[in-house]
Structure formats: structure tokens, C-alpha cells
Design a protein around this ligand. Structure first.
Ligand code: 9MR
Length: 457
């Protein structure tokens, strides 16, 4: 990625000065029991405070001491990327990623997964693929890596940096984008099927304020939510200089209002206003209940990818900087509490089915779209209500012999082979007349010739 530098505008400086004054006021009410580490301070409002970690530094005792003391979340800086985890097609290497994961889990930290698909840091073999061969390889990569880490990752960056810089608001051209505009949703569906418990995030940079690029992402997330594409969070990388954009908090809030969490995923801030800006970013996250955590992109200045800019919270010797104190004070001053993390599939139905007064079945239709490759497929099924509303539905699929379901989302399957009945889950049984909902499943073998039959229930 390229960094854009920001100058301190009058308006921006005014906002920071105001925020700093507010911070000072709030500090007066800091409880006597203020936490003394970033992780503990963030946990007071249910948030995490994390750092990007490099496996190669885990033998450095200064580094590991700070990591273990201060942070309660970890992101692998490079070790879970495509080039690291699948250096040869179909041959997976989790050695360095597992090292970071195990170090974190054994010290009670949660782990963010970064990143399943990205146009950068692709292995050479993927760079030379295109079209359906690349699509198949990419979805298989998502499935394999998310399955390896199943149950251990708090949040996955499923897709990283897929939007273009500048004013278009559109997708970035890449080999992945050229496999079809729906590659992102296919990736999210494959990730959900492989690890239903992980929060699935879209992550990008220069999207921290309200601009054409962040609005393009906003529109995609709104579309995904309306169509039932599984997405749970948006990552704002927040590689900044001197200030967060003046509409940073408003941007966080507009994403949260779509019903997704927001995570600050790669925070680093260069420039002379660094300490104030770190405090302002922290306060902006704390002000929005669905801003659930902050990750800084490295521990000491000497660990940063922004060589020479010293954009982190600890100096090269591991000493706390003014920016550290600014963040800690902001965390201790508090903010809104993060609401409980309820997976979408456990949300109670708004109109529960009743056995005493059953609704008149109104009929429904089902259609399927299949992304397939040699040996596997992802099927997305659209259920559409007829002239009456549905309070529950069942879709029957006859799978070809030899085909086996390996995962599904937004429906419960009666089995994994042969004739499978798919029944709505709690939150998507109610479908208004003429409206649709979607579910999907993934499997090995072929989904050729599927013709799903729908019945109201
Ligand atoms: O910090 C990472 C650096 O060590 C790598 O050389 C670089 C390779 O592209 O990726 C850096 O991390 C990036 C992250 O994965 C995605 N967002 C931008 C980060 C900084 O470039």
C-alpha cells in the first residue's frame, strides 16, 4: 500500500485540541483503580487492545515482555498470509502462524487472523493463475486456512484491500477481481462455512474518514447485509500521520449502524502530533459501542514497517512513549461498553413459529447458483416467498452420488449426502410475501444439476 501524508489543517488541529481538552476533563474522573496496561484498560469496556506480531521477534525478550504485559490480542503481521501459508499449491505451511497463535493463546490473548485473500503477498503460483483456476484456488485457500485455525481465531480479515484508491469508489483491479465481482462474497461464504465462530471482516486502508473509497466499502457491506452474505466486521487500518480525519468517529459509527462491528486493525501514527492523535483515535473508538478493539501495527518503533517514522507506542528500547500514556489515559477514562457478542445464528426470531395457530403456507420457490471447481463447490440458494409471508421454510436438494457437504450457513441440513432437507434457522424463517433470503453450503464432489424444491413449513 502507499501512504498518503496528511498535513495539520486548522480544522483538524482544532478538533484535536478540543479532544485533548475533553480527555483532560475526563481524566479527573479516572477511577483510583485505573488499569496499568493497555489490554486491561481496554477490557474495562469489553474491548481488546492488540498488536501485530512477527514470529521472528518472539526470541527477543524485551519484545515478548511488552507483548505479554500490555496486549490481549495479537495479529500475525505476515505469517498467516497466502504466500506464507500456501507457498506451493495445495501444500500448506502453518509453522510460523501457529507459533504466533500458540504464543498468544497460551498467554490468554485472542488472535485476529490476517489475511485470507489479498492482491499482495500472493505466492508466485497464484500470481500466475487467472479466471476460474484462480477462483478455485482462492476459495480452496480460504477453506483450508480457516479450517486449520477453526475455533481459534476471534476475527478473520477475509478480504484485504480490495477497493481502489482515489475517487471512483470502485474495486481495485487485481487478478482476484478479474475472477468476477462476486469473489468477495464467495470468500466470505467459504470462510463462514469453514469457521462459523470467527467474526468475518473486510479490511482496508485510507478508509478511516468518509470518502469515496470508504463509501464504496460501506455500500458493499450494506448490500451484503441485505442479502445475507456473512460479514460481521469492517477493519479500518488507520495508518495515519498527525491526525485522524475529522470525521473518523462518524465513519466508524456509520459502519456500526449497518450492523457490523468496527475494528481499528493496523493503527500507527507518524508526526509531531502523534500523542494527541493516538488519544483521539482511542476516544473515537470508545465512543461507538460496536467499535470493539484496537490493534497497533507493531510494538516498538524499530518493529514498524514505516522505517524511520517512529509511529508506535514504544521506542526502540521498549520504553513507553507519550503516545502510550495518551492511549492508556483515554482507555481508562472509559467509553461505551461493547455489547455482548451474540452470533447471528442465535438471535431469537422476531416472529417465532407457533404450533397452536399455524400460519397458512403461502408457498415458496428456491433457486441455486453454484461456484464450482474440480472436486468442490459452493452453492448459494435463494428462497423466495410466494404471495403470502413465510414463517418457516424447507428446501430439499438431491446431491449427486459421491458429493458430500462440508459446511453450511444460514440453514440446518438434515445430512451431508443424498437427499438433504435444509431448514431455516431462527433468524431467517420469516420472509415477507415476495421477498427473499439466502443460505448456502459447500462441499466436495459436484453440485451439477441441483434443482432445489422449496416448501413452506
Ligand atoms: O507490516 C507488513 C510488512 O512487514 C510487509 O512487508 C508488508 C508486505 O506487503 O505488509 C505489511 O503489512 C501490511 C498489512 O498486511 C496490510 N495493510 C498494510 C500493511 C502495511 O503495508
Amino acid at each position: 500500500m502507499e501512504l498518503t501524508s496528511r498535513s495539520v489543517s486548522r480544522a483538524g488541529f482544532g478538533a484535536v485540541a478540543l479532544a485533548a481538552a475533553l480527555g483532560a476533563t475526563l481524566l479527573v474522573s479516572t477511577p483510583a483503580s485505573a488499569a496499568t496496561t493497555l489490554g486491561a484498560a481496554a477490557a474495562q469496556t469489553g474491548r481488546y487492545f492488540g498488536a501485530a506480531v512477527a514470529a521472528g521477534r518472539l526470541n527477543d525478550s524485551t519484545y515478548v515482555n511488552i507483548l505479554n504485559r500490555e496486549f490481549n490480542s495479537v495479529t500475525a503481521e505476515n505469517e498467516m498470509k497466502w504466500d506464507a501459508t500456501e507457498p506451493n499449491r495445495g501444500q500448506f505451511n502453518y509453522t510460523a502462524g501457529d507459533r504466533i497463535l500458540n504464543q498468544a493463546l497460551s498467554n490468554g490473548k485472542r488472535v485476529r487472523g490476517h489475511a485470507l485473500l489479498w492482491h499482495q503477498q500472493q505466492p508466485g503460483w497464484a500470481q500466475s493463475l487467472s479466471g476460474s483456476a484462480l477462483r478455485q484456488a482462492a476459495l480452496n485457500h480460504v477453506t483450508q486456512v480457516a479450517t486449520h485455525y477453526r475455533g481459534k481465531i476471534h476475527s478473520w480479515d477475509v478480504v484485504n484491500e480490495a477497493f481502489a484508491d482515489g475517487g471512483s469508489g470502485g474495486r481495485r483491479d487485481s487478478n482476484l477481481q478479474r475472477t468476477g465481482n462476486d469473489w468477495i462474497e464467495a470468500a466470505f461464504r467459504a470462510a463462514r462455512a469453514a469457521d462459523p465462530a470467527a467474526k468475518l471482516c473486510y479490511n482496508d486502508y485510507n478508509t478511516d474518514g468518509i470518502n469515496a473509497k470508504s463509501t464504496g466499502i460501506y455500500t458493499m457491506v450494506r448490500d451484503f447485509k441485505s442479502r445475507g452474505v456473512p460479514i460481521d466486521c469492517v477493519g479500518l487500518q488507520s495508518h495515519l500521520t498527525n491526525n485522524a480525519p475529522s470525521d473518523y468517529q462518524a465513519n466508524i459509527k456509520r459502519f456500526a449502524d449497518l450492523g457490523v462491528d468496527v475494528q481499528i486493525t493496523e493503527l500507527d501514527i507518524a508526526g509531531s502530533n502523534q500523542a494527541n492523535a493516538f488519544g483521539a483515535v482511542t476516544r473515537a473508538c470508545l465512543a461507538v459501542p460496536r467499535c470493539t478493539g484496537i490493534t497497533v501495527w507493531g510494538i516498538r518503533d524499530t518493529d514498524s514497517w514505516r522505517g524511520g517514522e517512529n509511529p508506535l507506542l514504544f521506542d526502540g528500547s521498549g520504553n513507553k512513549k507519550a503516545a502510550y500514556t495518551s492511549v492508556l489515559n483515554a482507555l481508562n477514562a472509559g467509553g461505551t461498553t461493547v455489547p455482548g457478542e451474540t452470533p447471528p445464528t442465535t438471535t431469537p426470531p422476531t416472529t417465532p413459529p407457533t404450533t397452536t395457530n399455524p400460519p397458512q403456507p403461502g408457498g415458496c420457490t428456491a433457486s441455486v447458483s453454484v461456484n464450482s471447481w474440480e472436486g468442490g463447490f459452493v452453492a448459494t440458494v435463494k428462497v423466495t416467498a410466494g404471495s403470502s409471508a413465510l414463517n418457516g421454510w424447507k428446501v430439499t436438494t438431491a446431491l449427486p452420488s459421491g458429493t458430500s457437504v462440508t459446511g453450511s450457513w444460514s440453514a440446518s441440513g438434515s445430512g451431508t449426502s443424498g437427499t438433504v432437507d435444509w431448514t431455516n434457522v431462527a433468524y431467517n424463517g420469516a420472509v415477507a410475501a415476495g421477498q427473499s433470503t439466502e443460505f448456502g453450503f459447500q462441499g466436495t464432489g459436484s453440485a451439477a444439476g441441483l434443482s432445489p424444491a422449496c416448501a413452506a413449513s
